[in-house]
Design a protein around this ligand. Structure first.
Ligand code: ADP
Length: 404
């Protein structure tokens, strides 16, 4: 079964065409700056990637270009659109409604729309992607895969905020988490690498990219996670501040004369590694600057690693121990120096990084010492594969008449 995976952002549309049975990535690409004069479309597998300037007024135009690129040219991934069996959509916010992936119908669309209040940029964009697919591939089965559904298992003591209870009742203000598809994928793969059932393991999963999040997964069930009502909470990130004293918000708004939107922008786009270093949100540039002696870059590095370290401590306490710590995404997979700093000093907790293994590059791998009580594992994430697999399972079950 060929599944087209769509990840629609506010001005972008990422896609992958995956054959789920053979685990083959058939095509991938991204339309960026959709709606602007500088819009462009990157399409193709690694060595054959082409970048095309293309006019895209909206996601509908972008989708038309994507479908065209899948069937045209000598490297066409498929001969006709009828070879696409189903579409899987990444949806950021599933709120209280969705504890798993679902087949998209009118009711699901209405609920995704209703939840857009909690994730205006993301859910709105996903809806544009869904409508564009319905227009260009009428009748094709589509599945919604929610970033939040993996965290619907959190107990109330983890997802409630100590604010007046009425705010929860009135606005559903609570922790929803984010990056759930990634945490789900890397926890499953970690169990495979360890050759133990997921249900027997206590895992801490760390998704460290531009956005960063940590989760505690106790016997296969997510019991806590660092992102909150929105993806601003928790760890320090590329441009996001993560958790700060909430009283700073009114203080800065008052003294800097900022609107709520401007304050939100400051915390989401001008903080984190970028805000502290003044150099970049990209850890590679911060690393270079810190190695050249830039003190603010060194501080940003220190703060980032310390922020991760504190979540490791929290989640060991929450679960009463940990069997393995799993890292993924740009920083988690690639930055040996950051990993060294995160795990330094954790030997008394039974967490011992192997310096040599930490320097090696590779795919899925264990980088703790052989006698470390807690394993440290790197798993490159693959959210698209997870979305394709969920889509396959739901559409396949529907075809053979299995009720969920
Ligand atoms: P996103 O959250 O946008 O998907 P990624 O998972 O691609 O982000 O992670 C981007 C981050 O990973 C950037 O801060 C980048 O600097 C960092 N990164 C990627 N490769 C390396 C590397 N070799 N060393 C240090 N940091 C890296």
């Amino acid at each position: 079964m060929n599944v087209l995976v769509i990840n629609a952002g506010s001005s972008s549309l990422k896609y992958q065409l995956i054959n789920v049975e053979t685990h083959t990535l058939m095509a991938k690409g991204i339309c960026e700056r959709v709606g602007s004069a500088e819009a462009f479309h990157k399409h193709g597998l690694d060595d054959n990637e082409v970048v095309i300037d293309a006019k895209m007024a909206d996601h509908d135009d972008a989708m038309a270009l994507v479908l065209e690129s899948l069937v045209s040219g000598q490297d066409a991934a498929i001969a006709s659109l009828s070879e696409i069996d189903a579409v899987g959509h990444r949806i950021v916010q599933g709120g209280k409604y969705f504890d798993r992936s679902v087949l998209i119908d009118d009711d699901v669309i209405a609920k995704i729309d209703e939840l857009a209040e909690l994730a205006p940029l993301h859910n709105g964009a996903a809806l544009m992607g869904i409508h564009a697919c319905m227009k260009h591939m009428p009748g094709i089965p589509m599945v919604a895969v929610f970033d939040t559904s993996f965290f619907t298992t959190l107990p109330p003591k983890a997802y409630m905020y100590p604010l007046p209870y009425e705010l929860y009742e009135k606005y559903a203000i609570r922790k929803y988490g984010a990056h759930g598809t990634s945490h789900r994928y890397i926890s499953e793969r970690a169990a495979v690498v360890l050759d133990e059932p997921l249900e027997d393991l206590k895992l801490i999963t760390l998704h460290l990219g531009n956005g960063c999040s940590a989760s505690a997964i106790d016997h296969g069930v997510a019991v806590d996670t660092s992102m909150g009502l929105t993806p601003l909470d928790g760890l320090m990130m590329g441009t996001r501040c993560g958790a700060i004293d909430p009283a700073i918000v009114p203080f800065v708004m008052e003294h800097e004369n900022l609107t709520a939107e401007e304050m939100n922008n400051l915390m989401n786009k001008q903080s984190g590694l970028l805000g502290i270093s003044g150099v970049s949100n990209d850890l590679r540039s911060v690393r270079t600057a810190s190695e050249e002696g830039n003190e603010r870059a060194m501080l940003a590095y220190d703060m980032f690693s310390n922020s991760v370290k504190k979540y490791i401590g929290q989640y060991i306490a929450v679960m009463g121990g940990v069997d393995a710590i799993v890292l993924t995404a740009g920083v988690g997979e690639n930055c040996d120096k950051m990993r060294r700093m995160i795990f330094s000093g954790l030997q008394p907790l039974g967490i011992v990084l192997d310096e040599e293994k930490n320097r090696h590059r590779g795919f899925e791998r264990i980088i703790s010492t052989d006698d470390s009580a807690v394993q440290i594992i790197i798993i490159p994430t693959n959210e698209e594969y997870m979305i394709a697999r969920d889509t396959y399972e739901i559409v396949h079950d529907q075809m053979v008449g299995i009720q969920p």
